[in-house]
Design a protein around this ligand. Structure first.
Ligand code: PEP
Length: 253
């Protein structure tokens, strides 16, 4: 039985005082224990330490938005943060392959696969984000696009690595646009993703958490989570508001 997972991606938002307020609100609104779900937040790297201190002993887990692709713990890579550094601060999850990184920082499938590997090498769970553009969706070949994104990583890391990974389906046309995929549209894609994994390994396909991301909010979360193959959400904008995010988490629980 798969647990739901809700991850808040704060992107490049926040401030010391704003984060404190947001977390204080969440800690008040979330239950003190969760049995059917897991909740995590991914702040900008600079705030990870302060967030870690504030969520200690709570239900909220910590994640990061990015990781160095090189297989080194430290070195001459200006501006990068290694997997080992994230592990030192108890990050459990790290996003890899987010469409904003693929687009603005030209991260290729090969780079995404390396980031995935580095995360696992330090015991972090990579959250592999995949998604199609509006043009690809309307062109009708979006399942092939998603399959290619997944296959590139499966070929690089091996199917067994997905025993310790999460996949997030995030249609690019739904990210930050207010346009959510309907629960049925999302379910169709999630089922196709699970089918692809079951061609490799049925047990992995069955246990793999596949999150949906793209304008998830309190108003549409329950409908999405009711779908058989949707195991939670990757949440951007709504994760910056304690009431919205806690309502999404409560729907997942
Ligand atoms: C995201 O950035 O992963 C995301 C899904 O953003 P939003 O919820 O704002 O669409």
């Amino acid at each position: 039985m798969r647990q739901n997972l809700v991850i808040g991606n704060w992107k490049m938002h926040g401030s010391r005082s704003g984060n404190e307020q947001l977390l204080a609100g969440l800690l008040e609104l979330l239950p003190s224990s969760l049995s059917n779900s897991v909740v995590a937040v991914c702040p900008p790297a600079l705030y990870i330490d302060a967030v870690k201190a504030q969520i200690a002993d709570s239900v909220i887990q910590l994640g990061a938005q990015n990781i160095c692709a090189e297989s080194v713990d430290q070195g001459a890579y200006t501006g990068e943060v290694s997997a080992k550094m994230l592990a030192e601060f108890d990050c459990k999850y790290v996003l890899v392959g987010h469409s904003e990184r693929r687009e603005y920082y030209v991260e290729s499938d090969a780079v995404v696969a390396n980031k995935f590997k580095q995360a696992q090498a330090q015991g972090l769970t990579p959250v592999l984000c995949i998604g199609e553009s509006l043009e690809q969706r309307e062109g009708g070949d979006y399942i092939a696009v998603l399959t290619a994104q997944l296959k590139a990583v499966i070929d690089a890391v091996g199917i067994a690595a997905f025993n310790y990974a999460v996949v997030a389906y995030e249609p690019i046309w739904a990210i930050g646009t207010g346009k959510t995929a309907s629960a049925e549209q999302a379910q169709d894609v999630h089922a196709a993703i699970r089918d692809l994994f079951s061609e490799h390994d049925a047990a992995i396909a069955e246990q793999l958490q596949v999150l949906y991301g793209g304008s998830v909010k309190a108003a549409n979360a329950a409908e999405l989570f009711a779908m058989e193959d949707i195991d939670g959400a990757l949440v951007g904008g709504a994760s910056l508001k304690a009431e919205e995010f806690s309502a999404i988490c409560n729907a997942a629980e």
